[in-house]
Design a protein around this ligand. Structure first.
Ligand SMILES: NC(=O)c1ccc[n+]([C@@H]2O[C@H](COP(=O)([O-])OP(=O)(O)OC[C@H]3O[C@@H](n4cnc5c(N)ncnc54)[C@H](OP(=O)(O)O)[C@@H]3O)[C@@H](O)[C@H]2O)c1
Length: 438
C-alpha cells in the first residue's frame, strides 16, 4: 500500500477514556501532552486516549491550557464513577482526600495514575494491594524526579539487578537555592526570599527546605530498589536551613560543593539505611555538577554498575510527560488484557538502621580559642572517640575558626566527640558539621 492511500484511509482506533483529578501544574502538563501528541499516541498505543472529564476545585479559575470548559466539574465523583472512564489520574496532592479518590477508583476496577509522592510514600502500599486485588494498574512515575523515567526503569530494565545504592538530588527547589548560594556567595534566607518572589520556591517552603519532599521520594525509590517497604519514618531527614554562605565557601576551598542528598543503601542481607541531608560532594562527582532545578539519581546495581538518571525534576511539561507515559502504559496493558502485571515489589522485610550507624567522613566547623595547645586538645578529644582527623585548617584570630575533616568514622563516635568538645574551654562553639560523600 502506498503512503498516499494509507493516509487517505486513516486507521480507526478504539477509544480509551481518561479522567483527571486536578488541572494544576501537573494536570495541565499531562492534558497538554495527551492532546498535543494525540495522533502519534494513538498510533503508538493502538487506541485513542481521550480526556473525558476533569475535576478541579474552582471552576472559574484561569487555566494554563486550552480546555473545553464543559469537561470540567467540581465533583471528583463525576470523574471517578463515570462508567466510560477506565483510567483515573490523581493529580491533586496531599494524602486526603486524594487517597479516598484513589481507593474508590481502584475499587471500581479502574487503573490509577498518580504523581502524589506524599500519598505514595505514606500510603501507597494500600493502593498497591487494592490494585493487585482488582487486577488493575497503579502507576506513579511522576512522583519522583519529575520527567526522569526512574521508577519504570528500576521496576523493569534494572529488575535483574541487586541494587546496592540509590543516591541523588531529588529536590529542585533546594538544589536551586544551594546552586545560587554557591555561585553568588549569598546567604540562604536571601536566596530563598528571592526564589519565592520569582516562583521557584513555594510560599510555604517547609516541605522542600526541611527535606520532607526528598524524604518522600527516597522512601519510594528505596522501597523499589531494596524490595522492602521503607516508611517515611525510617528515613533520617535533615534539611538545608543550617547551611551558611560560610560553609559553602569553606567547602569550595577544599574542592567540594554542598548538595542536599537523598541516599538509600542496602546493608548486608537484611537491612537498609535511608537518609536525606546536606553533604559535601567533590566537585568532580557527577552529582556536583547537577545545578539549578535539575535532578540527578545514581543507581548502583550488581550487574549494571553505576547508572545515572538526569533531567528536569519538576514542572508542568516534564511531570506531564511522566504522567502521560504511565497512562500510555496502562492503555497498552488494557489492549493486551495485561493490567496488574507488575504489582507491589516489596516482598522482603528489611530493618532500617539508625543514622548513628552511618560510616562516612565529616566536616566540622567551630570557633576555638587562639592559644597554643588548642588544636592538640581538640584532636585529643576526637582521638578518644576513635575519630581520626584527615585535615584541619585554622585562622589565627582571637576567636579563631577551625575546620576539621575526618577520615571515615561511625557517626555515633563523631556525635560523642562533638558532645564532649562542646564542653571544653578551648571550644567557643561548634558552628556546623556535615557529612562528606566521596
Ligand atoms: N508541580 C510539580 O512540578 C510536581 C512534580 C512532581 C509531582 N508533583 C505532584 O503532583 C501533584 C499535583 O501537584 P501540582 O503542582 O499540579 O498541584 P497544583 O498546581 O496545586 O494543582 C492541584 C490541582 O488539584 C485541584 N484540586 C485540589 N483539591 C481538589 C479537590 N478536593 N477536588 C478536586 N480538585 C482538587 C486543584 O483545583 P484548582 O485548580 O481549581 O485549584 C488543581 O487543579 C502533587 O501530588 C505533587 O506533589 C508535582
Amino acid at each position: 500500500m502506498s503512503n498516499q492511500s494509507a493516509s487517505s484511509h486513516p486507521r480507526r482506533y478504539a477509544q480509551i477514556n481518561v479522567g483527571l483529578l486536578g488541572l494544576g501544574v501537573v494536570g495541565s502538563g499531562a492534558y497538554k501532552v495527551l492532546t498535543d501528541n494525540a495522533d502519534a499516541i494513538a498510533q503508538k498505543v493502538g487506541a485513542r486516549v481521550n480526556v473525558k472529564r476533569i475535576a478541579v476545585r474552582n471552576l472559574d479559575k484561569d487555566r494554563k491550557v486550552n480546555v473545553d470548559r464543559s469537561l470540567l466539574t467540581d465533583d471528583p465523583y463525576e470523574v471517578i464513577d463515570d462508567p466510560d472512564i477506565s483510567i483515573v489520574c490523581e493529580l491533586i496532592g496531599g494524602v486526603q482526600p486524594a487517597k479516598g479518590y484513589v481507593m474508590r477508583a481502584l475499587g471500581l476496577g479502574k487503573s490509577v495514575v498518580s504523581a502524589n509522592k506524599e500519598l505514595i510514600a505514606k500510603d501507597g502500599h494500600d493502593a498497591m494491594v487494592e490494585a493487585a486485588a482488582r487486577g488493575v494498574d497503579f502507576l506513579f512515575e511522576g512522583s519522583v524526579g519529575g520527567g526522569i523515567p526512574i521508577i519504570q526503569a528500576m521496576k523493569s530494565s534494572l529488575a535483574g539487578n541487586t541494587i546496592h545504592e540509590v543516591k541523588g538530588i531529588v529536590n529542585g527547589t533546594t538544589n536551586y537555592i544551594l546552586t545560587r548560594m554557591t555561585q553568588e556567595g549569598a546567604e540562604l534566607a536571601d536566596v530563598l526570599a528571592d526564589a519565592q518572589a520569582h516562583g521557584y520556591a513555594e510560599a510555604d517552603p517547609t516541605n522542600d527546605v526541611e527535606g520532607f519532599d526528598a524524604q518522600f521520594k527516597i522512601a519510594i525509590l528505596s522501597s523499589i530498589a531494596f524490595t522492602s517497604r521503607v516508611q517515611t519514618t525510617d528515613v533520617y531527614t535533615e534539611g538545608i536551613m543550617r547551611i551558611g554562605a560560610h560553609d559553602i565557601a569553606h567547602a569550595r576551598e577544599m574542592g567540594y560543593v554542598i548538595k542536599l542528598l537523598a541516599i538509600g543503601q542496602r546493608i548486608g542481607d537484611d537491612a537498609v539505611q535511608v537518609r536525606v541531608h546536606p553533604a559535601l560532594v567533590p566537585v568532580g562527582h557527577p552529582l556536583a555538577s547537577t545545578g539549578g532545578p535539575y535532578n540527578a539519581i545514581l543507581v548502583r546495581g550488581d550487574a549494571v554498575g553505576d547508572v545515572m538518571f538526569y533531567g528536569q525534576g519538576a514542572g508542568m511539561m516534564p511531570t506531564g510527560s511522566a504522567v502521560a507515559g504511565d497512562i500510555l502504559e496502562v492503555c497498552r496493558n488494557m489492549q493486551h488484557g495485561a493490567t496488574g502485571r507488575i504489582a507491589c515489589t516489596c516482598f522482603e522485610h528489611k530493618r532500617a538502621l539508625p543514622v548513628d550507624t552511618v560510616v562516612t567522613r565529616y566536616y566540622v566547623r567551630m570557633y576555638v580559642t587562639d592559644r597554643p595547645g588548642t588544636l592538640s586538645a581538640i584532636a585529643g578529644v576526637f582521638g578518644r572517640h576513635q575519630v581520626s582527623i584527615a585535615s584541619v585548617r585554622a585562622s589565627a584570630q582571637e576567636r579563631a575558626e577551625a575546620i576539621w575533616v575526618t577520615h571515615q568514622v561511625q557517626e555515633a563516635n563523631l556525635r560523642r566527640a562533638l558532645k564532649e568538645l562542646s564542653g571544653i574551654p578551648e571550644v567557643h562553639s561548634i558552628e556546623n558539621w556535615l557529612r562528606v560523600e566521596d
